[in-house]
Design a protein around this ligand. Structure first.
Ligand code: 5GP
Length: 197
């Protein structure tokens, strides 16, 4: 999506350790008009899918997913990162390795909000090694729900997450795929995606 690529070039900064900072419009301050355009693009890309719920993970996914929920006219559920989990059977639970904080945490979704009848679109801000999305896939599978696809704002194409998830046969639509980024020069290149606006 050209609009997002241009914004990343303008406002993104490349940090050491393969981290792209987009706090100015995505992760801290949020440009909601941009989120609306992103949501419209996912609506167009997933128009053939019977999506009835959006699933994301706290915290950075929530803002984007909320706007996507409006565009699709469906509820948005976010997986919670739990400090200590109570294995009382009322929640689906999985473990996720955090890319940005380098630790493993438990992630939960109440069984009240996911069921075998659901057709889910996963939304997240970044796809790096795929741990966060894989955790959400795990939770959806525990509920017996259907994964209709994954919508990612920024995929780092030089990391393995996108490949691993597509290899499972799951459709991933990333609105910008970073092919390379250089912390020394700040240069960012993107993968061509012909089907996108
Ligand atoms: P993964 O689980 O795919 O390795 O990483 C995805 C998660 O880590 C995202 O939910 C996002 O919050 C965070 N993340 C991964 N890479 C980056 C990055 O380059 N910049 C920022 N801001 N967050 C990232």
């Amino acid at each position: 999506m050209k609009l997002l690529e241009e914004r990343i070039r303008k406002d993104g900064t490349v940090k050491t350790g393969n981290v792209l900072k987009v706090d100015n419009f995505l992760n801290h301050q949020m440009d909601i008009s941009l989120f609306v355009e992103m949501a419209k693009e996912w609506k167009r890309l997933f128009a053939d899918r019977p999506i009835n719920k959006i699933l994301t993970i706290e915290a950075s996914g929530i803002g984007i997913a909320s706007v996507v929920g409006i565009e699709f006219g469906v509820p948005v559920v976010f997986a919670k990162k739990a400090q200590s989990i109570n294995l009382d059977g009322v929640s689906y639970v999985t473990q996720v390795q955090s890319f940005t904080h380098n630790r493993i945490y438990d992630v939960i979704v109440s069984k009240k909000y996911l069921s075998a009848d659901d057709h889910i679109l996963i939304i997240d801000d970044f796809l790096a090694n795929g741990c966060a999305v894989n955790g959400l896939i795990d939770i959806i599978q525990s509920a017996g729900a259907t994964i209709e696809g994954v919508g990612i704002a920024i995929e780092k194409g030089f990391q393995d997450g996108g490949k691993l998830i597509r290899e499972k046969g799951i459709r991933v639509e990333s609105l910008a795929i970073v092919e390379s980024m250089d912390a020394a020069t700040g240069e960012i290149t993107f993968r061509e995606q012909p089907q996108q606006n």
